[in-house]
Design a binder for this molecule. Sequence first.
Ligand SMILES: *[C@@H]1O[C@H](CO)[C@@H](O)[C@H](O)[C@H]1NC(C)=O
Ligand SMILES: *[C@@H]1O[C@H](CO)[C@@H](O)[C@H](O)[C@H]1NC(C)=O
Length: 353
Amino acid sequence: MSIPRIIFVAYIFSLSEITLGSQLVTYIFGDSLTDVGNNNFLQYSLAKSNYPWYGIDYSGGQATGRFTNGRTIGDIISSKLGIPSPPAYLSVSQNVDALLKGVNYASGGAGILNDTGLYFIQRLTFDDQINSFKKTKEAITTELGEAAAYKHFNEAMYFIGIGSNDYVNNFLQPFLADGQQYTPDEFVELLISTLDQQLKRLYQLGAQKMVFHGVGPLGCIPSQRVKSKKGQCLKQVNEWIQQFNSKVQKLIKTLNQGLPNAKLIFADTYPLVLDLIDNPSTYGFKVSNTSCCNVDTSIGGLCLPNSKLCKNRNEYVFWDAFHPSDAANVILAEKFFSSLFSSAPSAAPSPSP
Ligand SMILES: *[C@@H]1O[C@H](CO)[C@@H](O)[C@H](O)[C@H]1NC(C)=O
Ligand SMILES: *[C@@H]1O[C@H](CO)[C@@H](O)[C@H](O)[C@H]1NC(C)=O
């Protein structure tokens, strides 16, 4: 039996074992696709979604800081794992009991790079999120002691979804420096070398089981389509994203080989999202090329406060110009689970010679 298979089976085993014992603790890092309210605690942040219509299909029907009409993909994955969706870190940062059950550091507008999303004034960059995780670790270590805290963090699962904003709210913005300073090849190298350091830092803080969600086909999101002549996908943007994803995949392979006990997995969401966009009717959707609400394309592509909504929100893949609808997130979470299990072996290290 090859080593990849053993590691793969070991990973699945621990996941199902933990799920059955309902002890699974998850820590979530990311951007607006997974933010569950952190940005509402940032007084001056312009990347906020506590506006009318956001949350209309969430329990309670009110905005919660989620950038969609209902649940994020993270909410749905959590419920599939049989655990509550971890709360926003900034809502519980002083509460050790809550931190012990897992928290969500994701922040709308965040990227791998510090200057991504600069014009949102405030957001927690991936580095900020890792710093918050370090504080979490210190608080939990004080509470549990070194050995138990070490075990706690080694057994937890880490979901990371970041990189979209480094393109949409950085490289692809003509008025920001990075798009002028770097060629696409240089930019992707900068992202990968930065991510390399960030994932190693997370590992050094105790994270071993990490799932990295690849970036979706950003050339096909409504805010990018409007830049084309006939509302079609931007091929060039999609090519850059695929290049980023394949380099992350390679990075993860290298990290798995170099870091003892590391079990990083790359979840390739790109083909899943593209299939949903290309074949909406297969999944019960009618529209995948435009958003359900009327959007303000100048800032962030969010729904306008006085927006008219589409009639049937379950027929739209996109809620606003960036973010999938609740109905799309349900499909994506389901597909994520099957891809997680089928893509794991290739992400595991190959046997050493
Ligand atoms: C972001 O800024 C902090 C503080 O200046 C610095 O320590 C860190 O290396 C920077 N990270 C990136 C990704 O540039
Ligand atoms: C979306 O696709 C439909 C059907 O192909 C087309 O009629 C419509 O014009 C497109 N909308 C946009 C905004 O591109």
